[in-house]
Design a protein around this ligand. Structure first.
Ligand code: GLY
Ligand code: MN
Ligand code: MN
Length: 444
């Protein structure tokens, strides 16, 4: 039986063969890379393999491994496995041998000689790596014609990649449910994060990005990075943006909750419920052939609707949108491609030649501007925040009189809302992988 992994490798071979042929190469060497040393230290940074390598051999334990991709032949993995009593030696996963020719080397010099000999016998070869490694004898380094073409096609995920995404999402959801419970029992950001790690089965280093564990006004910092050891005096709200990784593929999930109680907590709960409906409406609008920039604009229209419905801003939704007032409440993009990287490469590529499609000037933070295609995986993550710096600017602007400042000020203690799901585009809409995993865990 052909495994999903074998079919995944077949697809990668087709993509790389086409990219190499167009640029006039017979082969590519893809380096996994190595971690950097901390300055004046013998300790390394956390290692993240070159994503172009990781897509072929989906495990982090691959320092200094290389893959030789030759047109029309089985990819060859050169894998170092030094004899070592300081660390457990790495091993390639046994299931990879169904699709790759694997040689392991105890001696790094023997690996390099074997690889250089294979390069010499491969014709015109391009090296794809973080650092130039000229001694391998490749004719070129990081030819952008090859890299743009493979990065452009990476937006469409294979069934193997979708299985990894679904599994990563299950783990993220288990973490979110445990974190929510820790929040409702009044714990600190630090303790909530520990609950997340235990339930999702991750060390902090394995996560796709540093968890954003934001109580109260901290949610107004989009990538809030601290973990307060002490619980706040009062809990108002909790924004958790936390993911998971399986075979290198990331889930990227955000939920926002209000603390139990009445007053502003109850009002914030209503705002979250309203915003959740709007987020689902945006997800339902995902269609192949639609530009993501258009969906992003639809998100701003939803923010305008929420601001008016909750008497935060006064006027007509169209005016509020046209005047750009929503940009003070939603300063990030609606979403981004998701895969081996949290913000997967290629979101601004107009085609496989590398032509760029930058975001409109008024939305500089928009990471995805492409026309949506079946098989794309991206996030849908609208937000509505009370960010002091942006509110100060709005207050000093000509539009200040449209804002109900007393009401905005009352919500500042809650920081803001983000609701982030991961979706797979289908032939006529999308599958919401995140909602499916919450439902599977008994939480809708
Ligand atoms: N977790 C980062 C983001 O949502 O883009
Ligand atoms: Mn995201
Ligand atoms: Mn996120």
């Amino acid at each position: 039986m052909t495994t999903e992994y074998e079919r995944h490798i077949e697809t990668l071979r087709e993509r790389w063969d086409a990219a190499l042929a167009t640029a006039g190469y017979d082969a590519a060497v893809i380096a996994a890379g190595a971690p950097a040393l901390h300055y004046q230290d013998d300790q390394h940074t956390v290692f993240r393999p070159n994503p172009d390598f990781l897509q072929w051999l989906p495990q982090d334990d691959c320092v200094n491994a290389f893959l030789l991709v030759q047109r029309d032949s089985r990819p060859r993995l050169f894998f170092p496995a030094a004899r070592d009593y300081w660390h457990a030696p790495p091993e390639p996963p046994a299931w990879a041998s169904c699709a790759l020719h694997i040689d392991t080397f105890e001696d790094p010099e023997a690996l390099r000689s074997a690889l250089a000999a294979a390069v010499a016998a491969s014709g015109r070869t391009v090296l794809c790596a973080q650092h130039d490694d000229s001694n391998l004898g490749c004719a070129a380094f990081n030819d952008s014609r090859v890299l743009h073409a493979v990065h452009y096609t990476r937006a469409v995920k294979t069934p193997f990649e979708l299985s990894a995404l679904r599994e990563a999402t299950r783990r993220a959801v288990a973490g979110h449910l445990a974190a929510r419970e820790a929040f409702h029992s009044g714990q600190s950001e630090f303790a909530i994060n520990l609950a997340y790690l235990a339930a999702s089965g991750h060390t902090a280093d394995e996560l796709p990005y540093g968890n954003i564990v934001a109580l109260n006004h901290h949610a107004a910092l989009l990538h809030y990075q601290h973990l307060d050891r002490q619980p706040p005096a009062e809990h108002f709200s909790f924004l958790l943006d936390a993911g998971a990784r399986v075979h290198g593929y990331a889930a990227d999930v955000t939920r926002t909750w209000a603390a139990a109680g009445d007053g502003i907590r109850s009002e914030f709960r209503s705002l979250i419920e309203d915003f959740d409906k709007r987020q689902q409406r945006l997800t339902a609008a995902v269609q192949p052939g639609r530009s993501f920039t258009e969906l992003h604009e639809a998100a701003h229209r939803e923010v305008a609707g929420a601001l008016i419905a909750f008497d935060l801003v006064r006027g007509d939704a169209q005016d509020i949108f046209d005047l750009g007032i929503t940009r003070s409440f939603l300063p990030h993009g609606l979403g981004h491609l998701l895969g081996l990287q949290t913000h997967d490469i290629g979101g601004h590529l107009a085609d496989r030649t590398g032509r760029q499609q930058p975001p409109p000037g008024v939305y500089p933070a928009l990471r995805l501007t492409r026309v949506v295609e079946p098989g794309f995986v991206f996030t849908v993550e609208p937000g509505l925040y009370f960010i002091p710096m942006l509110l100060d600017e709005l207050r000093a602007s000509a539009h200040a009189h449209r804002v109900n400042w007393a009401r905005v000020d009352a919500f500042r203690c809650c920081g803001g809302i983000r609701i982030e799901d991961n979706v797979v585009v289908t032939a006529d809409g999308c599958d919401n992988v995140t909602r499916a995993a919450f439902a599977e865990a008994g939480d809708d």
